[in-house]
Design a binder for this molecule. Structure first.
Ligand SMILES: [Cu+2]
Length: 131
């Protein structure tokens, strides 16, 4: 291999590596963000903002990544939100408007799962539907 050929080869190698690094960076940036669901607790129930339905059915798509934010406005009460079967839960947070969030990916199979507040599961429970 001549010096000229070696130089060309190294230039090409640098170009290929740079292109690879760039496409990796683009893939990282363009990864879809988690869809956000906000739930507010008050009077021992979960609510979606601007929806008076207590403990609403939450619908997510199979394989969808969700960031669920819980805001606790139930004065004097500690609440969390979680799906026990998925070992997914927020922290228990006080009812002074505190918030916590969890990010989870829905199962790829359609189905219905139960979400609860771990300490008030008799009252604070709803359906998380994957469909
Ligand atoms: Cu609770």
């Amino acid at each position: 291999m001549s010096e000229q050929t070696k130089k060309r080869f190294l230039q090409l190698l640098v170009l290929v590596l740079a292109a690879g690094a760039l496409s990796f960076a683009v893939a990282a940036v363009s990864k879809p963000a988690a869809r956000e669901i906000v739930l507010v607790t008050r009077d021992m129930a979960f609510y979606l903002p601007d929806d008076p339905t207590p403990n609403p059915t939450l619908v997510v798509a199979p394989g969808e990544t969700i960031r669920l934010e819980l805001i606790n406005r139930d004065h004097g009460m500690l609440h969390d939100w979680g799906v026990a079967a998925w070992r997914t839960a927020t922290e228990l947070i006080p009812g002074d408007g505190s918030s916590d969030s969890v990010v989870f990916t829905a199962p790829s199979e359609p189905g219905e799962h139960e979400y609860v507040c771990s300490t008030h599961a008799i009252l604070m429970r709803g359906v998380l539907a994957v469909r």
